[in-house]
Design a protein around this ligand. Structure first.
Ligand SMILES: [Zn+2]
Ligand SMILES: [Zn+2]
Length: 295
């Protein structure tokens, strides 16, 4: 690379007689494409990735559990009713709108001067290799706390009708429900990125991995089926993590089970639905007695 650069410079000097001018051109042409310097390109990239994430991560489980395998698995749904085409279309429409809001927030953080007020870092080598996955876990923990309190606020009667009622139109959720929010709730959901980039040094790749893992867990919560293996119930993990039954219960009962990833805040604040564990056992019994979905 060194020799190539020197050779190119000599050719430029010979050809032009104005070495400095050509050296500047060469330096500029060799500068890597930087998204920070091309916010439109960067924003389009985020939009594409966010759309793709929604279509693939929600679409594949929907295709499997609601179309291809429905005859074999339909009777194992957490709620026996099946949401209709009208519900799916409404959920997809609002989810696409949320996708735009999340893109705007990502763009604000990465491509505007706002970035100077965050702890976003540019080079993966700025931190040891293990820090990237750790930053994603820390971001999920911040999100869990943010979501619990935001969610409880949105259940306040004065805010509920204006914002969160739209998400609760889906009393029997499916993967498409995962991002189905009123636009005001979409902004409230996307705002979580601010405490994350203020508190935690995050590389853009870490932010992308956080958004991806968060959405995968979100789709699991709205899946309409429980897919946890049988042994999960008998470990301490069951007491720590939410399940699909946990969030499904929130959609069918409206009250209780406000948490996103962990049971921590609901247990601490005494907001966990008292029938949750019984309902979990009922769903798993129905599933493992029939043995239609493999462990
Ligand atoms: Zn709710
Ligand atoms: Zn939900």
């Amino acid at each position: 690379m060194h020799c190539y650069t020197e050779g190119t410079m000599q050719v430029a000097e010979r050809l032009s007689g104005y070495p400095e001018f050509h050296l500047t051109l060469i330096r500029n042409s060799r500068r890597p494409a930087n998204m920070k310097e091309d916010p439109i390109h960067g924003t389009m990239l985020i939009l594409g990735a966010t759309l793709l994430r929604y279509i693939v991560v929600a679409g594949i489980p929907f295709l499997l559990f609601y179309v291809l395998l429905y005859k074999q698995t339909g009777h194992l749904k957490i709620q026996q009713r099946r949401a209709g085409r009208k519900d799916f279309l409404r959920e997809i429409r609002h989810s696409l709108q949320s996708t735009l809001v999340f893109t705007l927030m990502g763009s604000l953080i990465l491509f505007t001067p706002f970035r100077h007020y965050t702890r976003v870092y540019d080079h993966l080598t700025d931190y040891p290799a293990w820090y990237l996955p750790l930053s994603v876990v820390l971001a999920l923990l911040v999100h869990d706390t943010y979501f619990y309190w935001m969610h409880r606020a949105l259940h306040h009667p004065k805010l509920f009708a204006l914002t969160h009622a739209l998400h609760h139109k889906s009393t029997n959720p499916s993967p498409w429900t995962s991002y189905s929010f009123h636009i005001l709730e979409s902004f409230a959901e996307a705002l979580v990125l601010l405490p994350i980039v203020w508190l935690i040094p995050m590389h853009p790749l870490g932010i992308a991995l956080f958004m991806l893992s968060s959405f995968v867990i979100n789709v699991y919560g709205h899946l309409g089926y429980e897919i946890m293996p049988r042994w999960f119930r008998h470990t301490v993990l069951f007491k720590i993590f939410n399940t699909s039954v946990f969030h499904n219960f929130h959609h069918s009962k409206f009250k209780g089970n406000y948490g996103l990833y962990l049971r921590f805040w609901d247990r601490l604040m005494n907001t966990e639905h008292p029938g949750y564990e019984k309902e979990y056992d009922r769903v798993q019994e129905q599933r493992f007695v029939n043995r239609k979905i493999s462990q």
